[in-house]
Design a protein around this ligand. Structure first.
Ligand code: SAM
Length: 248
């Protein structure tokens, strides 16, 4: 079955947006993945088609109503076991590991919030998984949903040219990627590092691994502390284990 994303939003006209160009856009056009949007407002029942109301307990802004959003979710996905996500700055930070899981499944249903947020009861009642794309606040969940979908789509079979490009890049092994260079050989007095043009594949690989480790250590001590390391046991069996914070 084709991987598909179903997006519930008050602004369906924002889609496919950037997902309609380049890698993701070509894959969408050729049917490698599918995109459906549902306008949450289509599930409003009053004559003003209202979707929000003032926060219980007072405070600024408006809150997306539980009854309207629940009806919108049920209209597209009443019974399936697809992951049900809601984009939220309060959610678990999105990781490459979670992206890979989502890409391996049937594709998620994604709720895009607006206003001050969403009535907690629909998050609980429809068991929505809250997902954050970072510690900052956007005005709506649509751009966050696009980021998540884009990250998933590029992992789908047939979307990226070379498998190696996804297995070597940042986060796939829990580390950041090494620096990349291309022609011209000299740019404003800065040459490409000699080793990369030496033709010695083993030395290139060793240089890249060293750069990957140095960059991760300097920029993301949190990732460095958790990096998987190879431990060779007495019978030469190797296993992966998290590196202890204290060992540098
Ligand atoms: N009052 C909310 C809070 O402080 O957590 C922020 C609401 S924000 C203005 C409106 C919507 O944008 C959210 O419901 C969510 O869907 C989306 N959003 C904002 N920042 C996000 C982030 N970092 N990650 C994922 N979604 C985000």
């Amino acid at each position: 079955m084709t991987w598909r994303a179903t997006v519930l939003t008050l602004f369906p006209e924002m889609f496919p947006g950037p997902l309609g160009v380049s890698l993701a856009g070509r894959a969408l056009a050729s049917g490698v993945w599918g995109l459906e949007t549902r306008d949450i407002r289509a599930s409003a029942t009053d004559r003003h088609r209202s979707v929000d109301d003032t926060p219980a307990g007072g405070g600024p802004g408006m809150v997306l109503r539980a009854d309207v959003l629940a009806a919108a979710i049920d209209a597209v996905d009443a019974s399936s076991d697809r992951p049900r996500l809601v984009m939220s700055p309060r959610g678990r930070p999105l990781s490459q590991a979670r992206v890979a899981e989502l890409a391996a499944g049937p594709g998620p249903l994604i709720v895009c919030g607006r206003f001050e947020g969403i009535d907690q009861r629909v998050i609980d009642a429809r068991q929505l998984e809250e997902v954050s794309i970072g510690d900052y606040v956007l005005s709506g969940g649509e751009i966050a949903a696009m980021a998540l979908i884009d990250a998933c789509v590029r992992l789908l079979p047939g979307v990226m040219g070379k498998l190696a490009s996804s297995t070597e890049e940042s986060f796939s092994a829990g580390l950041l990627e090494y620096p990349q260079y291309t022609r011209p050989q000299m740019f404003e007095g800065r040459p490409i590092p000699d080793i990369l043009t030496s033709g010695d594949h083993a030395r290139v690989a060793a240089w890249r691994q060293a750069e990957t480790e140095a960059l991760t250590r300097a920029r993301r001590p949190d990732l460095w502390a958790l990096r998987p390391v190879q431990i060779t046991g007495p019978k030469s069996e190797s296993r992966k284990t998290p590196k202890n914070k204290t060992d540098g």
